[in-house]
Design a protein around this ligand. Structure first.
Ligand SMILES: NC(=O)c1ccc[n+]([C@@H]2O[C@H](COP(=O)([O-])OP(=O)(O)OC[C@H]3O[C@@H](n4cnc5c(N)ncnc54)[C@H](OP(=O)(O)O)[C@@H]3O)[C@@H](O)[C@H]2O)c1
Length: 452
């Protein structure tokens, strides 16, 4: 039997002991989803919508990464697709091979990341199979984990205040190599978090990145710090970040006002508990005229549509990640003193907005990126307690993962797309059936098999 099949059998067998894991025989090679350095100029001169990422993503056999003193090798049972995999495959806004060569220069130990292939993926759930000599004793082989997608340097003093302010903090599987879209991934011990045991491998793997990002944006003092009763406008409510953001707003006693682009998506976010939903497909707001100047009429109409929806109340916080096409409206729609918290730019990173509405109405824009370890730990704790639920809609095998990436690029998915890496089928890895039953399959599976 192949070594990887034996490992999967061990993971699924409750009788496997730590000693068995210590004696594990690891393969020399593994399968992974990669981009290639030789193709980094493949799309030169093309618009993003014309870039066919099936040409630049490859399911390939690569050597198993070597574990250094402070690192851990995880057998990846499942992973998930994030938008950063799309950015990597389009080489936008720049080639991630630049990140790898920069990362290699930070520390001689990082040199191995600078390869001519990049193993992508910033989420994973699996089992520790090899552990470096200096990894703290909290972790051992056989532990079932999910991965925090921040790689912390532990060198720069500012990182000890908030690791996101450390210039050397990197996004794992995007700015570093050996990510989660593979049969095995390489992480620092500081990236390890307990797997929520009432969830399957693919459900657990779908949460860490979006949930920790949403936690920082909405709950943390580094973000908008929402209060009970706050009206929070959520763009892309049926997308990965949006659907998790809705849960945080509802958990915190806030009121989500959710924008989506179809009736099916509207129904879906209502199932999450949203009362106020705006289907942008019904009113074709365009916040810019053809000549690129602001379309004041549409900005005003959008604001009054949203405020009418919430009975003439106003928006305290805008949850932004959609970027260029929406940012002017986000700044405009927030109330005086309101906050716009942003972590991305799906429709373009050059944002234009009318600054008068920002400074004269004393609003603030908060930049947010991922989460620090403490925020990620808090977010994962909420998943473990069954207070934040997965929003997994579809699952592909690692071999077919490119199909999932294409769906995310084309906005043809809802929630999150899961990827089975070593796990031979869906639904494995659940240990805490009692909590699962208490929560109910309906809550855990709201987004499953939704057809747009
Ligand atoms: N910095 C970070 O740490 C971090 C972490 C996670 C994600 N992000 C970024 O956040 C963004 C969203 O990530 P995601 O995982 O939620 O992606 P996603 O699942 O693809 O969701 C994006 C949503 O954006 C909405 N959208 C697309 N075009 C739009 C437009 N023109 N106007 C209004 N809404 C539009 C879509 O909703 P409708 O079509 O239904 O309106 C879609 O559901 C990405 O750019 C990602 O890179 C950043």
């Amino acid at each position: 039997m192949l070594e990887v099949n034996k490992i999967v059998e061990m993971i699924e067998d409750d009788k496997t002991t730590q000693k068995d894991y210590e004696n594990i025989k690891l393969p020399d090679f593994m399968k992974a989803l990669v981009t290639l350095k030789e193709e980094e100029n493949f799309f030169e001169g093309m618009q993003i919508e014309d870039k066919d990422i099936s040409k630049t993503l490859h399911y390939k056999e690569v050597p198993l990464p070597k574990v250094e003193e402070d690192e851990v090798l995880v057998a990846v049972m499942a992973s998930g697709i994030n938008h950063n995999t799309v950015w990597s495959a389009t080489f936008e806004p720049l080639s991630t091979f630049n990140f790898l060569s920069y990362y290699a220069k930070l520390n001689p130990k990082n040199k191995k990341h600078n390869l001519d292939y990049h193993i992508l993926g910033s989420d994973a759930a699996g089992v520790i199979v090899q552990i470096g000599k200096t990894v703290n004793h909290n972790w051992k082989v056989g532990d079932r984990v999910v991965i925090y997608p921040g790689v912390i340097s532990n060198i720069n003093p500012q990182g000890y205040n908030d690791s996101l302010t450390d210039p050397d903090t990197k996004a794992w599987g995007y700015e570093t190599n050996f990510g989660g879209l593979a049969q095995f991934c390489l992480v620092k011990s500081s990236q390890l978090m307990k797997k929520p045991e009432h969830l399957s491998w693919e459900e657990a793997a779908s949460l860490s990145l979006v949930s920790s990002t949403a936690y920082r944006m909405l709950v943390s003092h580094h973000g908008a710090q929402i209060r009970q009763g706050d009206n929070v406008l959520i763009w892309g409510g049926a997308g990965g970040l949006g659907a998790i953001g809705i849960q945080y707003v509802l958990n915190g006693g806030g009121i989500p006002i959710v924008v989506v682009s179809s009736e099916e998506k509207a129904q879906l976010v209502k199932k999450l508990g949203c009362e106020f939903v705006f289907n942008r497909a019904n009113k074709n707001f365009n916040f810019f005229k053809e000549n690129g100047t602001f379309n004041e009429r549409h900005l005003i109409a959008f604001k009054s549509t949203i405020e009418r929806l919430i009975n003439k109340e106003s928006i305290d916080v805008v949850y932004e990640h959609t970027g260029k096409e929406t940012f002017a409206a986000s700044v405009f729609v927030a109330k005086r003193g309101g906050k716009i918290v942003t972590c991305g730019s799906t429709t373009g990173y050059e944002h234009f907005y009318d600054n008068r509405y920002l400074w004269m109405h004393v609003k603030s824009i908060i930049g947010s990126h991922g989460a620090n370890i403490f925020e990620a730990y808090n977010a994962n704790r909420l998943s473990c307690l069954g207070k934040i639920h997965p929003i997994l809609s579809e699952v592909f095998t690692l071999k077919d993962s490119i199909k999932g990436c294409i769906k995310v690029k084309n906005n043809q998915h809802v929630g999150k797309i899961g990827i089975l890496c070593l796990s031979p089928k869906e639904g494995l890895g659940i240990k805490n059936n009692e909590l699962r039953e208490k929560i109910g399959e309906n809550k855990i599976n709201i987004f499953r098999k939704q057809i747009i």
